[in-house]
Design a protein around this ligand. Structure first.
Ligand code: SF4
Length: 317
């Protein structure tokens, strides 16, 4: 065996050890795909959103500092010779950890990766609002930045229906607290989350919430129904009338047309029927024009059926 293949085997062994607790859907924020991902939590401390099955029944677990240090040492070996500047804490909402623990994790990462420029993490709004302004500032000083918040919707009606466990005003407060602490953030928005019946409130309230905030990027995804998601029962009982993916795409057009903040519109996630990405306001008109072209194309051909079939592969039907 050559030295190169021995090294590849060693790295593969280390990687499977580092990420062994994270199953098939190991999900990271779109904006932080190219980061060194540090295991600190497994699953989500909340895990009650009706539409979500990312945690696949895995029980929430905080890794101990010893476990985290061991993983960071292995990550240094895996990334040997690389200038690794961008880090992400892995898990559904690692920012739920105490400020004290997050600060210790930052020390551990920086001791092995002095070149680290920032540490990102998925966060729920209440993980942020539970911290004091002084704590958030100290976390920012320790390198925490580019957090990713799953806002999903600006509508209280939709958030309550989907059992998101936070309100529009909590989401707004969390974003304001990050602004005040100097921390940047991207947010997830989910098209179709209000189904047919709450679509107007979903789009209008999401636009008005976003227009009061400063996310550097919007990750726009479309609702898909995963096997195991609580929303399935609400669909079966007709309490939730899901949207055709083309209607969700039209929802995206309306949302984009209402946005007035400078940000990045990233709708390249594969749950969307057509990938689009651009800057607002610079590319807004071009993006809207492209959406119109795609809608016209789908409506005038048999693409409608094709797209529906492709989309259903994500779902339960
Ligand atoms: S959407 Fe986010 S907060 Fe809700 S259960 Fe899933 S991981 Fe947890």
């Amino acid at each position: 065996m050559t030295q190169t293949s021995e090294r590849i085997q060693k790295i593969n062994r280390l990687k499977s050890d580092v990420y062994r607790e994270y199953g098939f859907y190991y999900y990271v924020p779109m904006a932080e795909a190219y980061t060194v991902q540090v295991p600190v939590t497994v699953g989500c401390s909340y895990d009650k959103c009706l539409f979500c099955y990312l945690n696949q029944g895995r029980k929430f677990r905080e890794l101990t500092l010893d476990e985290i240090s061991g993983h960071v040492e292995n990550l240094r070996v895996i990334n040997e010779g690389r200038n690794s500047k961008r880090f992400l804490l892995a898990g559904g909402n690692p920012f739920v950890l105490s400020t004290e623990k997050l600060l210790k994790i930052s020390e551990v990462i920086r001791s092995k990766f002095p070149e680290c420029e920032y540490i990102s993490a998925f966060s729920r709004a209440d993980d942020i609002t539970r911290k004091t302004p002084a704590e958030l500032r100290s976390l920012h000083e320790a390198g925490y930045d580019r957090l990713c918040i799953g806002i999903e919707s600006g509508s209280d009606e939709v958030l309550a229906f989907q059992n998101k466990g936070v309100t529009r005003s909590m989401n707004l407060q969390a974003m304001k607290m990050l602004d005040d602490a100097g921390m940047s953030y991207s947010v997830y928005i989910m098209l179709g989350l209000g189904g047919h019946d709450m679509s107007d409130s979903h789009v209008n309230e999401t636009a008005s919430l976003l227009n009061m905030s400063k996310p550097f990027e919007l990750t726009v995804v479309t609702l898909v129904i995963f096997k195991g998601a609580g929303l399935i029962e609400r669909i079966k009982s007709h309490e939730f009338r899901r949207m055709h993916p083309l209607d969700a795409f039209k929802e995206g057009r309306k949302l984009l047309s209402l946005l007035e903040i400078p940000t990045i519109w990233d709708a390249t996630h594969k749950t969307n029927i057509y990938p689009l990405k651009g800057r607002i306001p610079e590319h807004k008109e071009k993006l809207l024009g492209r959406i119109d072209d795609v809608i016209a194309e789908i409506e005038s051909t048999n693409l409608k059926q094709y797209e529906l079939k492709r989309w259903r592969k994500w779902g339960t039907e």
